[in-house]
Structure formats: structure tokens, C-alpha cells
Design a binder for this molecule. Structure first.
Ligand SMILES: Cc1cc2nc3c(=O)[nH]c(=O)nc-3n(C[C@H](O)[C@H](O)[C@H](O)COP(=O)(O)O)c2cc1C
Length: 150
């Protein structure tokens, strides 16, 4: 059994929905999940002894990438902590009609890499209503399970 930390920043509830879907799949597969709104965490939560941290954030802004508001304070601190030996997987909701589709997901992944983390799997980007993309969310979460069980 692996211990997994999931945190998410979500304004209209879409990324929260994805986070809870991932949680459900991991728990149904016997893994232990701690899930928190990013507004309720400190960046040092990412350095704790979890086997995997899943970071979810939606993207805002028009001309430039803006992270979901609650994620910004944690994002600004990521490169000030040591995430070496930490495994990270990123996800988020966006809209592909914007220039920087799910740009927040890429920005968080990049910062985690710069802080020494290894990327556990390719990020999950959800275009539009996540309920319509349930199959993709479940497939991504099942892939996490397969990798955790390997
Ligand atoms: C004003 C505004 C700006 C947005 N900018 C982007 C963007 O730059 N890139 C993107 O992929 N999605 C963008 N979106 C889409 C949101 O990320 C999308 O609605 C997402 O599902 C919101 O997720 P949340 O409810 O978890 O916050 C924008 C939406 C709005 C209303």
C-alpha cells in the first residue's frame, strides 16, 4: 500500500472533481490517500514521507499563464524546498481555446523538477467539463495505480 498526497486549487470545482475522482480510484485499489485543498496546506507538506504527491491546478488569465488563486502562495515557495527523492504527478483543468492550455500544470511540473522532484507520470490535462472526461481521468488514475503497484 502506497501513501499518496493529493492537493488541488480549484475555483469552480472542476479540478476538485478530478482530484476526488483520482482519490476514489486510488482508495479502491487499496492505497492510502490524504487529500487537501491547496488553500489549507503549506509547501512543506510536499516534503513529507508520501510515496507520491499529486498536484492539481486550473489555469486562468488571458495573455499569460495564471495559476488558480489559492495555488499561487504554494507555487511561489516550491523552488525554495528540496523535493529530491520526491515523486510528483500533476493534473488540472483548462480550456484548449486559450493560448496557454493548462499552462498552470506545466508551470507547476517545471517548478517541481527544478526543486529536484522526479515526474512520476505524464500530466493529466482536462479540456472543459471533467464529468465528460471521466474515462480519461479514470485511465490516468489506473495508470498511477499500476505504477505504484509495480
Ligand atoms: C477568465 C478565464 C481565463 C481562463 N484562462 C485559461 C487559460 O489561460 N488556459 C486554460 O487552459 N484555461 C483557462 N480557463 C479555463 C479554466 O481553467 C477552466 O474553466 C477550468 O475548468 C476551471 O477549473 P476549476 O473549476 O478547477 O478552477 C480560463 C477561464 C476563465 C473564466
Amino acid at each position: 500500500m502506497a501513501s499518496v498526497f493529493i492537493t488541488y486549487g480549484s475555483t469552480t470545482g472542476n479540478t476538485a472533481y478530478v482530484a476526488e475522482s483520482i482519490q476514489r480510484t486510488l482508495e479502491q485499489s487499496g492505497h492510502q490517500v490524504t487529500i487537501k485543498d491547496v488553500a489549507d496546506i503549506n509547501v512543506t507538506d510536499l516534503t513529507k514521507t508520501y510515496d507520491l504527491c499529486c498536484l492539481g491546478c486550473s489555469t486562468w488569465g488571458d495573455d499569460e499563464i495564471e495559476l488558480q488563486d489559492d495555488f499561487i502562495p504554494v507555487f511561489e515557495e516550491i523552488e525554495h524546498v528540496d523535493l529530491s527523492r520526491k515523486k510528483i504527478a500533476c493534473f488540472g483543468c483548462g480550456d484548449s481555446s486559450y493560448e496557454y492550455y493548462c499552462g498552470a500544470v506545466d508551470a507547476i511540473e517545471e517548478s517541481c523538477k527544478n526543486a529536484g522532484a522526479s515526474i512520476f507520470t505524464d500530466s493529466l490535462k482536462i479540456d472543459g467539463d471533467p464529468k465528460a472526461e471521466q474515462a480519461d481521468i479514470d485511465a490516468w488514475a489506473q495508470d498511477l495505480v499500476a505504477k505504484l503497484n509495480a
